[in-house]
Design a protein around this ligand. Structure first.
Ligand code: GDP
Length: 412
């Protein structure tokens, strides 16, 4: 039997119109996910993909190609939503589609634009540690090596500022529209001796399982199963759970011994990060716990915050955000209204440099350090300690207003 390929979740980020959809479309075509049979010859054949993409866009979805899968020699990739898709940020943060790596698309004619910066900052905030940079639309700059080098420098400077290591990141000059350097080396760029875009994807590393961090299992649902009892269900984010362990659920603080663990209807002795499990805990009833609670070991229980300090970036808000604003914070599986009690500092979203102490308000595009008070108990961890439980999305009026991470906690 062929060995199963390791899996990587891939996000496409970058300024609007820089060619994310076109690149995804072309990639799916070349890897055989979208059939070529229906297509004509030459440039015409991409029209089908483009038309499909355009159609989707008009219906208000970026691409239904989000969540499409394709394979390379080494990996199986799932494309997670692109920014622009309404729930992108929320999905990324709550882990519904946590990306392991991102492709940053930068158009060669435009270069670094505002959303390029915003997405790079966001990718960093969301804990995406691996990047590939696609310098797209090389056809529009005559496949010029000089322009490529200039852009590589410009993008590298931006990446360095937020903490990426550009020396370890592949920069691939390509044309998503014409097909240069996507799966085959382009004759138009003889000066380039690096990998094609597809080859660059195989240089990514598979995500590591955070087994050495404290155990955290955010509860997605709680079932009552005849013959078993109460079964909380959730994904192990960090640490390892074994049958016989004593676990505590926070905020309620109820605890007990793990009697059984199961995944896909099969009993197992231990569960690791990434496993979606149901588990039964002696003495914990269906009404004792609920969605949004987090299970951990009793010797390093989940942190319940009385207050926390966060770094946020405002993605879209029609007006001004001021002290007293109380939107809903989505953190792991919890949704809790929280009040901004202090706007401490406005910071440069790209550099993290302080721009203003105690600003009066925040608006779209601003990044800031704020103090937050949950209206009811909420489990949240410092991003430094347990990154998987340190991120959140702020939602209001059906939109993701901001995204952020917890940098300090005052425990209950
Ligand atoms: P997105 O908003 O980042 O998803 O960008 P799209 O994929 O929708 O592309 C925006 C526009 O740029 C479309 O008109 C594409 O046809 C065009 N485009 C994308 N890639 C290329 C390219 O490599 N060369 C040229 N000339 N145009 C491109």
């Amino acid at each position: 039997m062929a060995k199963e390929k390791e899996h990587i979740n891939l996000a496409f980020i970058g300024h609007v119109d820089h060619g994310k959809s076109t690149l995804v479309g072309h990639l799916l075509l070349k890897t055989g996910v979208i059939s070529e049979q229906k297509l004509g010859e030459g440039e015409d054949k991409f029209r089908y993909v483009m038309d499909k993409l355009r159609e989707e866009r008009e219906r208000g979805v970026t691409i239904d190609l989000a969540h499409a899968k394709f394979e390379t020699d080494k990996y199986e990739f799932t494309i997670v939503d692109c920014p622009g898709h309404r729930d992108f940020v929320k999905n990324m943060i709550t882990g519904a589609s946590q990306a392991d790596a991102a492709v940053l698309v930068v158009a060669a004619d435009d270069g670094v634009m505002p959303q390029t910066k915003e997405h790079v900052f966001l990718a960093r905030t969301l804990g995406i540690n691996q990047l590939i940079v696609a310098i797209n639309k090389m056809d529009l700059v005559d496949y010029d090596e000089g322009r490529f080098k200039e852009l590589k420098k410009e993008v590298s400077d931006l990446l360095k500022i937020v903490g990426y290591k550009p020396d370890e990141i592949p920069f691939v000059p390509l044309s998503a529209f014409k097909g240069d350097n996507i799966t085959e080396k382009s004759e138009n760029m003889g000066w380039y001796d690096g990998p094609t875009f597809l080859e660059s994807l195989d240089t990514l590393k598979p995500p590591e399982k955070p087994i050495d961090l404290p155990l955290r299992i955010p509860v997605q649902d709680v079932y009552s199963i005849t013959g078993v009892g109460t079964v909380p269900v959730g994904r192990v984010e960090t640490g390892v759970l074994k049958v016989g362990d004593t676990v505590v659920f926070e905020p309620p603080g109820v605890s007990g011994e793990v009697k059984s663990i199961e995944m896909h209807h099969e009993a197992m002795e231990k569960a690791e990060p990434g496993d979606n499990i149901g588990f039964n805990v002696r003495g914990v009833g269906k009404d004792d716990i609920r969605r949004g609670d987090v299970a951990g070991h009793t010797d390093s229980p989940p942190t319940v915050a009385k207050e926390f300090t966060a770094q946020i970036v405002v993605l879209q808000h029609p007006g001004a955000i001021t002290v007293g604003y109380t939107p809903v914070f989505h953190c792991h599986t919890a949704q809790v209204a929280c009040t901004l009690t202090e706007l401490k500092q406005k910071i440069n979203p790209a550099t993290g440099e302080v721009q203003e102490e105690n600003p009066d308000f925040l608006k779209t595009g601003d990044a800031a350090v704020v103090k937050v008070k949950p209206t009811k108990p909420l489990v949240i961890e410092k991003i430094k300690d347990i990154p998987q439980l340190g991120r959140f999305a702020i939602r209001d009026m059906g939109q993701t207003v901001a995204a952020g991470m917890c940098i300090d906690v005052v425990p209950r």
